[in-house]
Design a binder for this molecule. Sequence first.
Ligand SMILES: NC(=O)c1ccc[n+]([C@@H]2O[C@H](COP(=O)([O-])OP(=O)(O)OC[C@H]3O[C@@H](n4cnc5c(N)ncnc54)[C@H](O)[C@@H]3O)[C@@H](O)[C@H]2O)c1
Length: 271
Amino acid sequence: MDALRSPGPLLTGMRAVVTGGCHGIGGAVTRAFAAHGADVLSLDVDVSAPPATDVHGAGRIEVVELDVTAPSAAQRVAELTEPDVVVHNVGHFLRAPRLFQEEGPADWAEMFRINVDHVFALTATLLPGMVSRGRGGSVITMTTVEAHRAIPGHAVYSGAKAALEAWSRSMALEHGRDGIRFNAIAPDLIETPQVPYHQLVDEEDWWRWRLWAPLARPGTPEDVAGVALFLASPLSGYVTGTTLHVDGGSRAAGGWFPRASGGWTNRPRDP
Ligand SMILES: NC(=O)c1ccc[n+]([C@@H]2O[C@H](COP(=O)([O-])OP(=O)(O)OC[C@H]3O[C@@H](n4cnc5c(N)ncnc54)[C@H](O)[C@@H]3O)[C@@H](O)[C@H]2O)c1
């Protein structure tokens, strides 16, 4: 594979769409793809600080203000680009923890509207073109560690993200022969506007990262962007129907925690 022999850009000549592509994880994905030569259409409701790339010879970034959950959004995207790579990045847990029994159908529908419906709508609209152009492609869906691990107080959120993963796996089979790969990225602990750990965690508690995450630090949007770049590029040409976890090891740890004094415990005590 040429990409293994050459240190050059990985996405030269490709076109990509990134939803929620201006800030947080999506902003980092947009910058990484453009730095590797892709022309990127970055869709966002907040275009106040569009991502820029200062890498010589990089691809173009076009920023378009668009609510990807709007009924007309998918058609608008199809009019703007013919992508090889689609990154479904928009998603949110929406609210403070609340028991399932305290929710109702309107809450469930809103969770699926923000996390799932636009992924289906955009894929359904862009896929026929991807198939007929015959260039193959990569569809990457941002899920969460909580599609694999419980999250009390956010049961419907975890169900919505798990639905995306199951969908992505089946799509990988339906479109393998078209050379279109479907994969998910399941992040956890990534510092973004949605989860601003520097605001959420007091400075005197910052040392506790070595208790919370096996890699002993929060993740950065760039940690996720590197994996998205891999999944978009020929480096992952034989990878489809799977999920890559970008969580500092939190899923692997499950209910295990390092002790401040050394060793591990699955029976943490309240201080
Ligand atoms: N940060 C984490 O640790 C973490 C953990 C698990 C899953 N995720 C998932 O990763 C994805 C990105 O997370 P993040 O933390 O970077 O989020 P974020 O909220 O910080 O950034 C989301 C981006 O999407 C834009 N956006 C929001 N709604 C939109 C809409 N309707 N249309 C277009 N743009 C919209 C925002 O303006 C922003 O640029 C989400 O799907 C999230 O569920 C993140």
